[in-house]
Design a binder for this molecule. Sequence first.
Ligand code: 6PG
Length: 226
Amino acid sequence: MTQFRKFKNTDEYAKAAAQVIEDFILEKLKDQKIVRVALSGGSSPIPVYEALAKSNILWSRVALFLVDERYVPLNSKASNYKMIDDVLASQVKNLRKFYHYNTRDPIATIVDQYQKTLEQFDHPLFDLVVLGLGADGHTASLFPNDPALHETSRLVAHTTSPDANTKDRMTLTFPAILDSQKIIFLIQGEDKQKTVADFTHQKKTVDELPAQKILEHPDVEIFFAP
Ligand code: 6PG
């Protein structure tokens, strides 16, 4: 089932999304030792991650993973690793692990290493995956018409973004993202109204609006603050 929730302002959006994530993780921790959570970058999740940094989550039993990354140094402002480290990972006590793409290496090596890292886990690969949505319909770093949209076995891919400054990307593929218990979209921005409407009404093809593929998953919750 897909649930769609629209909010009047950033505060309500961040509070509601952080609460759902916290409750989900705490519930999972009743039956499992470790919870695996994959997080996206971008700006929409920042207030949610800030709220999570102040939550009651037992971080020693949470392993974080990066959904996607730009091919930039880890200390660059454009790095998703840096954003999540700054607002969440470095702010909490005893985080079990934060798996990320090591952007010091050549792209092919990074992709292979992240693939090998993910292959050591059982299924489902993730308990929770947090995604964003671009105005062009991309999610993770899966952009319109990229051949990686049709990947059926590999978990990690090298893709290219239309943004010349952060052109080379590394990303989880649909087979990896969909191998999860729950998926949450965090979407902010007035400019995304039309894309969100096309997305939720499934008006396009996956090549035109890649995020639509995710709606094949049985448990998707969308938080939108225009
Ligand atoms: C990234 C992301 C990407 C993001 C969307 C939306 O590296 O940019 O992981 O998939 O979720 O681009 O970004 P905003 O929330 O900043 O609009």
